[in-house]
Design a protein around this ligand. Structure first.
Ligand code: PGA
Length: 235
């Protein structure tokens, strides 16, 4: 299983360090062999000394080694910390920050060429979900345009936009049906994200074709995130 925490614009450099220290001891003691990914804000990136199955990644980066892209970070800033994992296509970047599929695909190509592990997010808005499963799948597939889905270091996170940060989780039936259809095309591991919390972790991880979770809000509390890692170990 893959258990991932997306801090978004939460946690400081200091609190990220404390969080990772606690998570690291917990995972080492638990002897979990799940893959644990943590995406802190870029101001908190550092060289962390972590057990092998925990990786820190970046939430976003510009498709460049370095250059004149005010406010962005590129490969050089990420490499300083030896990080090789990136989140691309998150719905907040697409819908709040206006990233187009073309821009998302450029980032994907660049960080793929650098050999990064990419957690690539897709997911439909509410009005598309209301149109039915065919529209849902067509919308999600349109977010794969320009993306090499045969890339060996790819993980795909299915995160319905209407379930992100809203407390509204997709039903287990909706997740199961959607993941099964996505799995017909995508051979990479599929995660579910969208209001995952301790209380629903087990049932979501039990869904066929679900190989893990991408957690926002509930992951910001290290104890809750550790509990999710523990639940996954018991699966
Ligand atoms: P959420 O966020 O868990 O707060 O819904 C998930 C995500 O945005 O990755």
């Amino acid at each position: 299983m893959i258990i991932a925490a997306n801090f978004k614009t939460n946690h400081t450099r200091k609190s990220t360090k404390a969080y990772l220290g606690k998570l690291n001891s917990f995972v080492a003691e638990l002897k979990s062999d799940d893959t644990v990914l943590v995406f802190p804000p870029s101001s908190a990136l550092d060289n962390f000394d972590l057990t092998d199955n925990i990786s820190v990644g970046v939430q976003n980066a510009y498709p460049t080694e370095k250059g004149s892209f005010t406010g962005e970070i590129g490969l050089e800033q990420i490499e300083e910390f030896g990080l090789t994992t990136i989140l691309i296509g998150h719905s907040e970047r697409r819908h709040v920050l206006g990233e187009s599929q073309d821009e998302v695909a450029k980032k994907y190509d660049f960080y793929k060429s650098c050999g990064f592990q990419i957690v690539y997010c897709i997911g439909e808005p509410k009005e598309v979900r209301e149109e039915g499963i065919e529209s849902v799948i067509a919308y999600n597939f349109s977010q794969l345009e320009g993306i090499d889905i045969s890339y060996e270091n790819l993980i795909v996170a299915y995160e319905p936009v209407w379930a992100i940060g809203t407390g509204l989780t997709a039903s287990n039936e909706q997740i199961e049906e959607t993941l099964a259809l996505l799995n017909e095309k995508i051979k990479a591991p599929l995660l579910y994200g969208g209001s995952v919390k301790v209380a629903n972790t087990k049932e979501i991880l039990d869904i066929p074709n679900c190989e893990g979770i991408l957690v926002g809000t509930a992951s910001w509390d290290v104890d809750a995130f550790c509990e999710m890692v523990e639940i996954s170990k018991k699966q």
